[in-house]
Design a protein around this ligand. Structure first.
Ligand code: ARG
Ligand code: ZN
Length: 473
C-alpha cells in the first residue's frame, strides 16, 4: 500500500483528541498557570472528504437523549445531555446540528450562548474550558426535523413517514435529530429515551430498557453501553411487530414493519439473526456488543440497509423476493468491521465494506451456495480495475470498488497468507482494535505482523493498482 495516501489519517486522530491508539500525549497542562490561552474549537475534525463533519477540541463520552415525537404534527422536542472532555483549552466549541430551533444551552449548569451557522451549533460558555476538564452540555431543542440533502447520497437523516419517522443514514444522519460531534472518530456511549403516541414503537440501539405508557404516550428506553460512532445511532418510530428473546445471555430485539405480514420473508430473515451472528463469531472472534437484533422498515426511500450498532436497519426491498440472508450477514459483519473497529477517516471505508461484502461470500458458502473461491473468481472477472478501493473519492464511498473490489482484496490476502494466518489476522484485528479507530496502514501492519510476510505490494496491487492483479497461489 502506498502509505503516502494514508499519512493524513493521523491528522484526524489528533484533531479528535486522541481517540486512536496512535495519538501522542500532549505536554502536561498546568491548571495553576495565571494565563491560559482559550481558543475556539475547530468546526471539523479534518476529514478531507467532509471538512465540516465533527468538531475539534473535545471528545464526547456520553449522549443522553430524551426526545418526544408526535407524528401527527411532525414536531420533535428534545433534550440532549452531552458529557465530554476538552482536548484543548476552549473558549467555545461547535456541535453539528441541522434544523429545528435551540431553546437553551447550558454548560456545566450555567447558561451559555448559542449561535447557528449552517449545520453547526456554536456554543460559547461563560468561561473557558480547560484542557482535560470534563464538562456537560445540556441542549433543549424543538421543531420539525429536516433531512439532509446530499448531492452524492440523496436524502438522509430524519424522514417523516405516514405513522412515524426514520432517522438513519451514512455518512451522516445523527445531526438531524440531536446535536452531535458527527464523525466516527469520536465514539461515545448512548442512552436514548423516546416518547411517542401509544401504539407506536420507538426503536434505537443497544439494550432495551423497556417501554412504559403514560397519558396516551409510550416512552421507550435504549442504552448503548459500548462506544458507538454517531452515524450508527438510529431512531425509528412507527407501527412494528416486535419479537424479543435472549441469546448467549444478551437481549435479542427485532422489529418488523407492521405493513409486512407475520411470517413474511423479512420475519424469516430476522429469525436467522443470531444463527448468522454465531457463524460470523467463528470467523471474526467474539460478538462485540451487548444486544442483538434488527429492524425492517418498509419505506421506498430506504433503498439500503445500515449496520446500526447492535441492531441493523434493513430496507424492506431486500426481502421482497424471499429471506435474503446475505444482507443480514453483511450488516452483522459490520458489527465487527465498522462498528466495533471504526474508520478514522471516511477514505478508508473499504475496511468496513470490503469485509462486510466478504462476509456475504462466507455466509453463502456456509449455506451451501457458491464457494468463496467461486464468488471471488466471478467478481475478479467482472471488475473494472480503474477504480481504487482505498481512497475512492467522496462520491465513490459506496461504490463497487469499495464493496466488491474490497472483498477481492480480502480474499487475495487469504490466498497469499493461507487460511490459518488469514483468520488469525482477522481475529487479531477485531481484538486489538476493538472500540477503536483505524486506517488501512494499521490493517497492513497487523497483517504483516501476524503473517510475518511483507504485504505492501499485495495491497498496492489489490487496493489501488489500475490493472488486474496477479492472483496469489
Ligand atoms: N453501509 C451501508 C451498507 O451496509 C450502506 C449505506 C448506504 N448509504 C446510503 N445513504 N445509501 O452497505
Ligand atoms: Zn456495508
Amino acid at each position: 500500500m502506498n502509505r503516502r495516501i494514508l499519512a493524513a489519517a493521523a491528522v484526524v486522530a489528533l484533531a479528535a483528541g486522541g481517540c486512536t491508539d496512535s495519538a501522542p500525549e500532549s505536554p502536561p497542562s498546568s491548571p495553576q498557570a495565571a494565563k491560559r490561552d482559550f481558543k475556539p474549537g475547530e468546526d471539523g475534525v479534518g476529514d478531507p472528504y467532509f471538512p465540516t463533519y465533527g468538531n475539534g477540541g473535545y471528545d464526547v463520552r456520553h449522549y443522553k437523549l430524551v426526545v418526544k415525537y408526535d407524528p401527527s404534527t411532525d414536531e420533535l422536542t428534545g433534550t440532549a445531555t452531552i458529557t465530554a472532555a476538552a482536548t484543548e483549552d476552549l473558549s467555545r466549541f461547535n456541535l453539528d446540528f441541522v434544523g429545528m430551533s435551540v431553546s437553551s444551552v447550558k454548560v456545566d449548569g450555567a447558561d451559555a450562548e448559542d449561535k447557528r451557522e449552517d449545520a453547526e451549533l456554536v456554543v460559547t460558555p461563560s468561561g473557558g474550558i480547560a484542557k482535560d476538564a470534563e464538562f456537560t452540555v445540556e441542549i433543549g431543542y424543538s421543531g420539525k426535523p429536516v433531512p439532509i440533502k446530499s448531492p452524492d447520497f440523496g436524502e438522509g437523516g430524519f424522514l417523516h413517514t405516514d405513522d412515524g419517522a426514520i432517522a438513519l443514514g451514512q455518512p451522516e444522519s445523527a445531526s438531524t435529530w440531536f446535536p452531535v460531534n458527527d464523525h466516527p472518530i469520536d465514539k461515545a456511549t448512548y442512552d436514548v429515551e423516546a416518547t411517542v403516541p401509544e401504539g407506536l414503537a420507538a426503536l434505537s440501539n443497544g439494550v432495551p430498557g423497556g417501554d412504559a405508557d403514560s397519558g396516551g404516550w409510550t416512552t421507550w428506553k435504549w442504552s448503548e453501553k459500548v462506544p458507538m460512532a454517531s452515524y450508527l445511532a438510529f431512531l425509528v418510530i412507527g407501527k412494528f411487530r416486535v419479537e424479543t428473546g435472549e441469546h448467549k445471555g444478551k437481549p435479542v430485539f427485532t422489529a418488523i414493519d407492521s405493513k409486512l405480514r407475520p411470517g413474511s420473508p423479512a420475519d424469516q430473515a430476522m429469525a436467522q439473526t443470531t444463527e448468522i451472528a454465531d457463524f460470523l463469531e467463528t470467523q471474526f472472534g467474539p460478538y462485540p456488543f451487548q444486544a442483538y437484533g434488527g429492524v425492517v422498515v418498509d419505506d421506498d426511500r430506504i433503498r439500503y440497509a445500515l449496520e446500526t450498532q447492535s441492531r441493523p436497519v434493513y430496507g424492506g426491498l431486500f426481502f421482497k423476493q424471499g429471506p435474503f440472508t446475505e444482507v443480514v450477514a453483511h450488516e452483522l459483519a459490520h458489527q465487527w468491521f465498522g462498528d466495533s473497529v471504526s474508520v478514522a477517516q471516511w477514505r478508508d471505508i473499504w475496511l468496513n465494506e470490503g469485509f462486510a461484502s466478504y462476509a456475504e461470500w462466507l455466509w453463502t458458502e456456509e449455506e451451501g451456495g457458491l464457494s468463496v473461491q467461486e464468488s471471488f473468481q466471478r467478481e475478479y472477472a467482472d471488475t473494472d480495475w480503474k477504480n481504487p478501493t482505498a481512497d475512492p473519492g467522496r462520491a465513490g464511498l459506496f461504490g463497487r470498488a469499495v464493496y466488491k473490489r474490497g472483498a477481492l482484496a480480502v480474499h487475495a490476502l487469504r490466498l497469499e497468507v493461507g487460511d490459518t494466518d488469514f483468520f488469525r489476522i482477522l481475529k487479531t484485528w477485531t481484538a486489538e482494535k476493538r472500540n477503536g479507530n483505524v486506517t488501512t496502514a494499521d490493517f497492513i501492519t497487523v497483517a504483516e505482523r501476524v503473517s510475518g510476510e511483507s504485504l505492501d505490494r499485495l495491497f498496492d496491487a489489490w487496493l489501488i493498482g489500475q490493472s488486474p492483479p496477479e492472483i496469489p497461489g
